[in-house]
Design a protein around this ligand. Structure first.
Ligand code: SAM
Length: 250
């Protein structure tokens, strides 16, 4: 096994989600985070459940092609596992995620993983989209776990660019870190010291960022509450987490 010198967010999540694609440095970092906020594994399990539910909802609207932004690792209930009949293109800015993601998906003819900076769609290689997804019909897009790293003006601009790019009838699933995170001051200090200043929002400040995108039901709600009746596992033991989520369409 190659030992990675620096911890990586996606591999820390893999550890918390019970996956097999992380190194001792990731486990050490995960334990530091847990010492500050023991609910972290539960938060990211709740978020991964949310990804599964929104993805299945979007598929139920007749969508067979997905692009995922800020994907992390394609494991533990990520998009292609939630909708195995669909074609899925994962993207991220992190070279280690892309390399490992491509390895994980190497035998999967319906999914691949490439670079894209979500804040600039011009960084997405359109020829790979055609190869992996075929001729684009209506798209399902997933943008979960990323918006907290992006300031308001850039995020609004990105969602606008995405709206222009997506064919009519496309859907986009998002999440946002809520302001309740501010009560975990030591967690924020740690994240900020790692160069990841977090942007926290509430439904009132999120709505204007969505621009021309139309909200589906139930609107902007805590991710644990988004169509919670569609949860396969009982909701028991799941706490409300500090992220908000919504699905929008064009
Ligand atoms: C917290 S992880 C979320 C992973 C996964 N989507 C999930 O929710 O479990 C955030 C991911 O976003 C990626 N990321 C951060 N900024 C990005 C950007 N501007 N464009 C694309 N990916 C980005 C990071 O590399 C990381 O893999």
């Amino acid at each position: 096994m190659v030992v990675s010198p620096v911890p990586n967010t996606a591999r820390i999540l893999d550890y918390w989600l019970g996956g097999f694609h992380h190194y001792p440095v990731d486990v050490e970092a995960a334990k530091v985070f847990e010492s500050l906020y023991p609910n972290f594994p539960m938060v990211f399990r709740t978020l991964r459940d949310y990804i599964s539910r929104v993805t299945r909802y979007i598929e139920s609207q007749g969508i067979e092609q997905f692009v995922v932004f800020g994907s992390g690792l394609p494991t533990c209930g990520n998009v292609h596992e939630a909708v195995p009949q669909a074609k899925v293109l994962y993207t991220d800015i992190d070279a280690a995620n892309i390399e490992l993601g491509q390895k994980i998906l190497r035998d999967n003819p319906h999914a691949d993983y490439i670079f894209c900076d979500a804040t600039n769609l011009d960084t997405l290689d359109r020829s790979v989209i055609d190869r992996v997804l075929g001729t684009i019909q209506r798209l399902g897009m997933v943008f979960v776990g990323v918006s907290a790293f992006i300031p308001d003006d850039t995020l609004a601009q990105m969602l606008d660019q995405l709206y222009d790019w997506a064919p009519a009838g496309s859907f986009l699933a998002l999440d946002f870190d809520g302001e309740a995170l501010a009560q975990y001051q030591r967690v924020l200090e740690l994240l900020n010291s790692m160069g990841a200043p977090l942007h926290m929002r509430n439904p009132t400040t999120i709505r204007p960022l969505l621009g021309r995108w139309q909200l589906t039901q139930p609107g902007i709600v805590p991710v644990s509450a988004w169509q919670a009746d569609a949860l396969e596992k009982p909701a028991q033991g799941r706490e409300q987490v500090f992220m908000y989520g919504c699905v929008v369409y064009k």
